[in-house]
Design a protein around this ligand. Sequence first.
Ligand code: F6R
Length: 260
Amino acid sequence: MEIIVRENAEIASKQAGKYIANKIRHANDIVLGLATGGTPVKMYNELVRQHKEEGLSFAKVSSFNLDEYIGLTGDHDQSYRYFMNDNLFNHVDIDKSKTRVPNGMAEDIPTECAAYEEDMKNAGGVALQVLGLGTDGHIGFNEPGSSLASRTRIKTLTKQTCEDNARFFNSIAEVPIHCITMGIGTIMEAEEIVLLAFGEGKADVIKEMVEGAISAECPATILQMHPNVKIFIDDAAAAKLTHLEYHKYVYNNKPAWQQF
Ligand code: F6R
């Protein structure tokens, strides 16, 4: 795990955006795994800025989103399809037919989930997966107790996640309690992972993810087993890390060839 601690969410998001943009520039075709929620918005803003001002093209990008609420249509303003169109796809030259978000309106959920996995496999797998982090340790919507080997499937959101996400809805009663999410096993197959987390509300779970024992109790701890993970966090989210100074020291002393 490479821990990159920056002063604030703006700076960290811009840096993560630049990192991802460079990956897109240097690949012929690239399959991205994408996340929604409050955290990645500024990173997507940076990608859009680079498209508009620096010629970053998404023509050869295809994507698979982590998750979608069950019961929301793609034009519902809180669906994750809507979020992706609104925050990224509508503003860049991506071919929308190559962007996938699980269909939360599918009549046959297990078939939808199996097809999603199959499509990812046929696309060659995810090269770079973007993740946020739930306050309860979820990645995707793999809530505590999720199998560390799980594949794309239905999950029931915890009360804590519903409360966290109620800020995007008119009331907690409107937050769907079911979703389709890539599994932890699915996420772990990405060649590379970029996780973002900001604010003091994420400080406890960042500490647990980086320093805790690997356990389904905090699904994000499995990322300790992935060979290529970058964690972009701000000072507030990093505040409880035991080895904070060491992580900063490592970052500040990267050999030139490792810098990005
Ligand atoms: C979203 C997702 C979730 C969020 C997490 C953090 O696609 O998979 O894991 O990343 O709930 O959400 P925010 O960023 O709103 O704090």
